[in-house]
Design a protein around this ligand. Sequence first.
Ligand code: GAL
Length: 410
Amino acid sequence: MRKSLLAVLLLSVSLLFASGSVEIFSWWTGGGEEEGLAAIYEVFKAKYPDVEIINATVAGGAGTNAKAVLKTRMLGGNPPDSFQVHGGMELIDTYVITGMMEPLTDILESWGILDKFPKDIMTICSYDGEVYSIPVNVHRGNVVFINNEILEKVGIDEVPSDVPGFLEVCEKIKEAGFIPLSLGDKDKWEAGHLFETVLLSALGPDKYNGLWDGKTSFEDPGIERAIVIFEELIKYVNEDHAALTWQDATRMVFDGKAAFNVMGDWAEGYLKTLGWTPGVEFSWMAVPGTEGSFMVVTDTFGLPKGAPNRENALKWLEIVASVEGQDAFNPIKGSIPARLDADKSLYDPYLTWSMEDFSTNALCPSIAHGSAAPEGFITELNDAVNIFITTKDRAAFLSAIKSAAEDYIY
Ligand code: GAL
């Protein structure tokens, strides 16, 4: 009794004297992303009005530019108080094994929420029995976003969930004068993102997951099959793809120029900020051939060693980990909450679909978004995918994938 009284007293004192600042580093500057971040900041500000948030953002989808800036800061002993990092290799390989992060297991335990997150997500946020970052969400990578009006105009009632059927529909859309599939691969990762969904489609979830634990060889014929499908698919993309970002490509669906866009569901957040309602102007489906699989992208926040405002960083992490913080952030961001006890009624029909699939599908870590493979592999793969789009040289693409695997996976 006296102990809990003391805890309440200490908490009130710490709330009373919370001041100073907290620097939070991310790449959330785009439509949907920025608004989601602002919403979770509001939750923080309401609780800690005297702590100033320094919103350190570096623009560029998937952290194209932010990750390099962050690495320089971390290596230079100048960490932010907390930063966005994907669960999996991006966190573990880059920052945990190198000894730059504080473990968070005891902290989560002291908040009584260590068991409130999905096991699979916590596994990729952990190393050697310790949790090193807190997941704020789960995004789905293998989604096709669909312009309903174009389908109606072309006379397509249902989009087939298999690859050959999907390609046929793409042909019909092309004949009707629309772009079947929008792509914006200005930052390279976007083409890598499309390719990994095709890889999942060609290999299936077990073999795809096996690539990362040695159970599937990079000699598997499924990889060659993926290259063939990818080549077919990119026949249907817009010519100016190399000049566009992911937002530009998603916007082509919004603008009525393209029927489909394959993107992670931050595109759903973006379409909503543009004014669309899920299920009304747009619909969605798993990338053909990947039904039953959920490509996992998880944004997490951790505590770097030497964080200049450690106490305030912990306050931020508590908001990140909270149901309140997650329920403010995710419905806007286009992601599902990592907290298992979040308020499901706050999520729209798209996110409800995603939540259901997340709990029943095979979970597969994304390459492009840092979970499956180390950074060096991602760079080599993205380069190879982008070169292939220009050269269409299948053999060179396959051998580039194998050599990236030799360099970083085996
Ligand atoms: C992903 C990230 C998402 C979203 C996207 C586009 O890597 O996990 O939250 O921001 O990039 O920038």
